[in-house]
Write a protein that binds this ligand. Structure first.
Ligand SMILES: [Zn+2]
Length: 270
């Protein structure tokens, strides 16, 4: 059985003088998440916890350093996240989110990293994240940096879905459903509640209707069904994702392993 790694080298543990020699040519991994309602059984932090755990494992397996996760996300929408009809969601408007990411990318470009990897965990972030990267003209801003950005669900293969979730409702409707519940049961079982909500009629993909009836669109903020979720399924999915990321990244940008201080890697709770 493969063992997860939560203790990895963190960018924030560097001192300023260590930054140039440590970061030039290295890989930097940035989880981009959210704080969004995930029904009565999952915590608000799901969209941060999953990319954070994945980022830690990617750093452990391919080298590099971990940036602190970005916890605030783009607006939750009714047909992919339940919208703002449920308490708890904290969001940033789309144009502000793009501006925020653009400023962060400009600051990160000064580090001279060889590869910047952005792992997204919130459905509505995706298009805005890609737009921010494209809009800052990365070949000019990051002439020596490979920028790789993806949402974790994009790495799930059709074969994996066919084998494990034959009646898949679509990723837009998987919000707080079988995959997120299973991943959280594997990654953070202590915060998963016992209820397993099921919504028999997931919303169709790509159709937006207004006004929104939250009770028709979801069941307690869950768009499909969490029934059948298990830590075992979450474990299989997590390692499928890790293999997918490692496959995308191939060899490390540089054989970097974090701070050159002699201190070991620093643990932090996901
Ligand atoms: Zn989610």
């Amino acid at each position: 059985m493969r063992q997860r790694t939560t203790s990895v080298s963190r960018y924030g543990d560097l001192t300023s003088p260590e930054v140039p020699r440590t970061m030039r040519g290295a890989t930097l991994v940035w989880p981009v998440g959210g704080l969004e309602q995930h029904g009565p059984h999952l915590p608000l932090s799901v969209d941060m916890d999953i990319p954070d755990a994945l980022a830690r494992q990617v750093v452990a397996e391919t080298g590099g350093l971990l940036l602190p996760g970005q916890p605030f996300s783009a607006r939750s929408l009714p047909q992919s996240g339940g919208g703002l009809h449920f308490p708890g969601t904290v969001h940033i408007g789309g144009s502000t989110f793009i501006d925020y990411l653009t400023s962060c990318l400009a600051a990160l470009s000064r580090l001279g990293v060889g590869r910047l990897v952005l792992i997204n965990g919130h459905y509505e972030n995706e298009g805005l994240l890609f737009e921010a990267i494209d809009g800052c003209a990365p070949t000019a801003l990051f002439p020596d940096t490979e920028v790789v950005a993806f949402s974790w669900w994009s790495l799930v293969t059709e074969d994996w879905l066919a084998e494990h979730i034959p009646r898949f409702p679509g990723w837009h409707a998987e919000h707080a459903g079988l995959t997120e519940t299973s991943l959280m049961m594997y990654l953070r079982p202590d915060v998963v509640r016992a209820e397993r909500p099921s919504h028999p009629s997931p919303p169709p993909a790509g159709v937006y209707r207004h006004p929104v009836d939250a009770d028709v669109m979801s069941h307690q903020g869950v768009l499909s069904s969490a029934a059948g979720a298990s830590a075992e399924l979450g474990e299989r999915l997590f390692w499928h994702l890790v293999d997918g990321v490692v496959g995308i990244l191939g060899t490390p940008a540089r054989d970097s392993a974090g701070p050159a201080t002699g201190h070991g890697p620093t643990a932090a709770a996901p």
